[in-house]
Design a protein around this ligand. Structure first.
Ligand code: KIV
Length: 263
């Protein structure tokens, strides 16, 4: 069984494999494939709930899905995203909301977006014995101030800000940091500067591990995927094809056959 200390100890070891999961089906597939950690990401809002951003995602949404993943989790570390506004109102609310994930869904850790301005919240969670994974760079909950989903940390000043943020949250006690949508040389610099594992998504190969959204990896949705995604399957295409064949069989009355019928 993967634990927070074991995950943290994989710094500079064999790359850590983290995959999002949102329900029992995705959790079962990722567990069976032997991932190191399951992340119930607030990407839930976009890939499962049909929103354009992660901002509408609520604590109730996250709890509902974290519980489903928790029921199927066997060996992997279980991490859940703190949704927008569940920690921005201060340490007290953050501890209360993160505690609900631990108590009600059995998660091992929470993830939250943001740099030095989240240090107080990270410290309060650590004091409450709740492990925290950080998340820097292209942080989707900042889509409004960022003006869209854009690569972050380009140029020396922006890179220095992110590197300082990484050091600040590492000192505050995160056990790992997701680096999303930043140039690979900056991801390497941060990875070398902090003592906790970095997990990249659109951040190049120098990170201590990688995370992807399972819908992107498996091609579960139609449409283009970002440059950093490698698609290993076309489940949307396979599902569409299977449903079309079944519909044709229904329409020409070849389904159900005698074998598929009770006598
Ligand atoms: O919400 C999410 O799925 C995430 C990962 C992409 C890191 O935060």
């Amino acid at each position: 069984m993967m634990t927070v200390p074991a995950f943290r100890a994989r710094k500079s070891g064999p790359p850590l494999v983290v995959l999002t999961a949102y329900d029992a089906m995705t959790a079962a597939a990722a567990e069976a494939a032997g991932v190191d950690a399951l992340l119930v990401g607030d990407s839930l809002g976009m890939v499962e709930l049909g929103h354009d951003t992660t901002l509408p995602v609520t604590m109730d949404d996250m709890l509902h899905h974290a519980k489903a993943v928790g029921r199927r989790r066997r060996e992997a570390l279980l991490i859940v995203d703190m949704p927008w506004l569940s920690f921005h109102t201060g340490p007290h609310d953050a501890v209360h909301n993160a505690g609900r994930f631990v108590r009600e869904a059995g998660v091992d850790a929470v993830k939250l977006e943001g740099g030095r301005k989240r240090v107080d919240v990270i410290r309060a969670l650590a004091d409450a014995e709740i492990p925290v994974m950080g998340h820097l760079g292209l942080t989707p909950q900042s889509v409004l101030p960022m003006g869209g989903y854009k690569v972050q940390g380009k140029g020396k000043d922006a890179a220095d800000v992110l590197a300082d943020d990484a050091r600040a949250i590492a000192e505050a006690g995160v056990f790992s940091i997701v680096l999303e949508g930043i140039p690979s040389d900056l991801a390497r610099r941060i990875t070398e500067a902090v003592e906790v594992p970095t997990i990249g998504i659109g951040a190049g190969a120098a990170c201590d591990g990688q995370v992807l959204v399972i819908h992107d990896l498996l091609g579960m949705l139609p449409g283009d995927v970002p440059k950093f995604v490698r698609r290993y399957a076309d489940l949307h295409g396979a599902a569409k094809d299977a449903i079309r064949r079944w519909a044709a069989d229904v329409r020409d009355r070849s389904f159900p056959s005698v074998d598929e019928t009770y006598g």
